[in-house]
Design a protein around this ligand. Structure first.
Ligand code: PLP
Length: 272
């Protein structure tokens, strides 16, 4: 049993309500990419560094989407929650951190989506791991991959929005420093669309440190438009965190990823 104090749950409930209100407010701003008809962005609660019991408390409050950035932490947490919630409405886990290819096997067991796809080798590893898990499931040897009901692991291509890094990168290496270069998006999208076991969801980005996030999110919106011209299914834009979610929503974010504003401050040494 995952237990939590009523006080902790009340704090989480109040913080969730505040963030949902902020999202609703930001969604009324039609000075950027949004129109009055644009859907309300989804909220992904980033639970990294917080215990499985907090995730259970959030689930009771109606949260069905959580994000984690390290497999060593996410895998055991997802397992604990799966035992707790057996038979209930599923909790969806998004992997949002830099992923090593040797983690693909673990990630496909619990993740419905991976938002940090930044290089071909990771796409290939995820496809292979997904197919292997599926084959073992069909042989009755293992649970189904978490994304089976969705028809595959939804992948978002993480884009590096830092222009200074792009300028100095020259022929940018794949996945250099927090995302693919914008010039690599279409090639990576084609690969994801072609690989079995994966579906192409759209784009993800983090605003560059120490810069005004609005122009960066505006560029991301432009990249998303270019992507959708060739891959109409790739509509998602995952952008906006605790400090910049309003600007991200203004520029078309369809999902904000909020950690500290809901969960509270992370331990200082571990804030990455
Ligand atoms: C930690 C993290 C978040 C949440 O950040 P907060 O500022 O705590 O809201 C969002 N996205 C990614 C990729 C993260 O690693």
């Amino acid at each position: 049993m995952l237990t939590f104090s009523p006080q902790r749950q009340a704090n989480l409930a109040a913080a969730l309500a505040r963030v949902q209100e902020e999202i609703a407010q930001a969604a009324q701003d039609t000075s950027g990419a949004r129109t009055a008809a644009s859907p309300l962005p989804e909220l992904l609660v980033v639970t990294k560094f917080f215990p499985a019991s907090d995730v259970a408390a959030l689930y009771q409050l109606g949260v069905r989407q959580v994000g984690e950035n390290r497999d060593q932490e996410a895998a055991p947490k997802a397992q604990e929650l799966a035992q707790e919630l057996a038979g209930d409405e599923p909790l969806r886990w998004s992997f949002i951190g830099q992923a090593q290819t040797n983690k693909a096997k673990s990630i496909v067991r619990y993740a419905s989506s991976l938002q940090s796809l930044d290089r071909p080798s990771l796409a290939q590893a995820l496809s292979k791991a997904y197919l292997k898990q599926l084959a073992r499931y069909e042989n009755g040897e293992a649970p189904a991959p978490a994304a089976l009901a969705d028809g595959g692991l939804s992948c978002l291509i993480q884009v590096n929005l830092d222009l200074s890094q792009q300028a100095s990168a020259g022929q940018a290496a794949w996945g250099a420093r927090g995302g693919a270069a914008p010039s690599q998006i279409l090639e990576l999208a084609q690969l994801v669309a072609d690989l079995p076991g994966l579906t192409l969801g759209g784009l993800m980005a983090v605003a560059p440190l120490g810069q005004d996030p609005a122009p960066a999110f505006e560029r991301l919106y432009g990249y998303s438009q270019q992507l959708q011209a060739e891959f109409p299914q790739a509509k998602q834009i995952s952008a906006g965190m605790s400090g910049d979610l309003a600007q991200a929503i203004r520029w078309g974010s369809s999902q904000v990823r909020v950690g500290s504003q809901i969960m509270g401050p992370r331990p200082a040494a571990a804030s990455a």
